[in-house]
Write a protein that binds this ligand. Structure first.
Ligand code: ADE
Length: 230
């Protein structure tokens, strides 16, 4: 895959990576700090995008244009949408969709980006199967599914139901589909790895605060294994 970009949105989601990278060189663009270095003998560029789709899209484009990454892995936490998922479980993206893209008033289905060939961005099959293999080996299980993204922290059972039934989501977060679209627009392979910090319900804010560090570590361990296998 050549040079790899690794993105997390928050400090907790990138710090283990940062600790384990070697020969780190730091630089900044658009207010984002990029860490170029070596991980399992491979050339990687790590960064913290910040929260939300705009941060994620801008960061991804910079990784591609300025740092020349040839594949992108996102690592972090998400709210569970599929009822079979528990806190700590891993989701490997099969594809990504922006759940807050809403042009229903003009007759487009929820999540559809008007006048584009597709609104669903498929993850790279090689990165996906490396991730699924790593997850099975480390945790004995893996959920492969659709990652939904929007500029909203979801904390309601009704919304979760809609995201599951209407949009077929496995989990919900705030960056993956933006990374996915930016990568697709540039012909760059990607995969999103998320560990569940909460169930996006009425207790989501409490669970998120309590479980983000553990879930971030689970996600890190998957990406660690993926990079080792590449
Ligand atoms: N990331 C982690 N939990 C989330 C939630 N409930 N909604 C959106 N993003 C999240």
């Amino acid at each position: 895959y050549g040079k790899l970009g690794v993105i997390g949105a928050m400090k907790e989601e990138i710090e283990l990576f940062h600790e384990h990278m070697e020969q780190v060189r730091e630089s900044a663009k658009a207010g984002i700090t990029f860490y170029e270095g070596v991980f399992h003998g491979k050339s990687i560029v790590l960064c913290k995008s910040g929260v939300g789709k705009v941060n994620a899209a801008v960061t991804t484009q910079i990784l591609i244009d300025t740092y020349g990454v040839e594949a992108v892995i996102f690592t972090g936490v998400a709210g569970a949408v599929d009822p079979s998922l528990n806190v700590g479980d891993i989701v490997v993206s099969t594809e990504c969709l922006q759940h807050d893209m809403d042009v229903t008033a003009l007759g487009f289905p929820r999540g559809t980006i008007p006048y584009e060939a597709t609104s669903v961005f498929a993850a790279d099959t090689g990165l996906r199967s490396a991730a699924a293999g790593a997850s099975r080996e480390l945790f004995g299980a893996v959920k492969k599914g659709r990652v939904l993204s929007g500029d909203q922290f979801i904390a309601s059972r009704e919304t979760v139901q809609m995201l599951h039934q209407e949009l077929q989501g496995a989990c919900v977060e705030m960056e993956g589909a933006a990374v996915a679209q930016a990568c697709s627009m540039n012909g760059i392979p990607f995969v999103i790895i998320r560990s569940m910090s909460d169930k996006a319900d009425g207790s989501a804010h409490v669970n998120f605060a309590e479980f983000t560090v553990q879930a971030s570590e689970n996600s890190y361990r998957i990406v660690d294994q993926i990079v080792k296998r590449l």
